[in-house]
Design a protein around this ligand. Structure first.
Ligand SMILES: [Zn+2]
Length: 257
């Protein structure tokens, strides 16, 4: 897909004022610009090109990008942090999600990073996906609370995605899958249960049941973890480290041989 990066320039992504505001605040507090790059289509900023090329040449990184609609890419170079939000255009076209819906979620991850709440360090290899999902389990709770505080209406696009995933599963039930899938499903179960109340979208219960059928152990562990974390995931460094540790331990229980 690399040559696609050479496509012509598109209009910049237009953000609603509430997101422009959040983005500017993060940029001001971290003295850096957040680059939004649609792939394929937008040119990659010259200073990020070689780093991104090296990441996209790793199969586990390229694979997780292909499955995602959007991804935050942060790295350090010469003492300077670079923050990019990568949008996966073909996946976005499938889900019909607006860039704003996806960008608001990624801004949440960057906002947490700007406050020092960083996800587990990316370890290349088969455990790469596990670290991502451990971070997501905790970060998603925090960034959803902040999105609500800012009046960002993130629920409709997520409800639509979950509803669509539920409809797909109805036609094609599947098993537990490999460790990456199991970790991703555990994180998803947490997102659906903690992000949406009972009945918040029509397929919520059916979707949770379908996920539980794929991996009954993950359902039990997700409920335990929610009980453990309930009301305790807040913006404080010790609490954040503790919550990450609980998420890691839950995932280890799930994947224990
Ligand atoms: Zn996320």
């Amino acid at each position: 897909m690399w040559p696609a990066f050479l496509f012509a320039m598109q209009l910049p992504v237009a953000l609603p004022p509430v997101l422009e505001q959040w983005k500017s605040e993060i940029e001001a507090s971290t003295f850096q610009r957040i680059e939004i790059v649609r792939i394929p289509g937008d040119p990659i900023p010259a200073e990020d090109r070689d780093v991104l090329i090296s990441y996209f040449s790793k199969p586990d990184f390229a694979g997780s990008f292909q499955r995602a609609q959007a991804m935050t890419f942060r790295y350090e170079r010469a003492g300077k942090t670079r923050s990019l939000i990568l949008l996966n255009l073909p996946r976005m076209q499938q889900t019909q999600n607006s860039p704003a819906a996806l960008i608001s979620h990624e801004l949440g991850h960057l906002w947490l990073a700007s406050l020092g709440f960083i996800p587990p360090v990316y370890e290349p290899g088969p455990r790469a996906c596990l670290g991502i999902h451990i971070g997501d389990m905790v970060q998603h709770m925090l960034l959803r609370a902040e999105s609500d505080r800012r009046g960002i209406d993130w629920r409709p696009s997520y409800a639509r995605d979950y509803q669509a995933a539920n409809d797909t599963l109805r036609g094609a039930p599947m098993g537990a899958g490999d460790n990456c899938f199991r970790a991703q499903r555990l994180s998803l179960m947490l997102d659906v249960r903690t992000g949406f109340e009972h009945g918040a979208f029509p397929g919520r219960e059916e979707y949770l049941d379908a996920l539980a059928k794929q991996d009954p152990q993950a359902e039990a562990i997700s409920i335990e973890l929610i009980e453990e974390l309930d009301g305790k995931v807040q913006l404080d460094p010790n609490g954040y480290a503790w919550a990450l540790e609980r998420a890691r331990s839950a995932l280890e229980r799930l994947l224990a041989p």
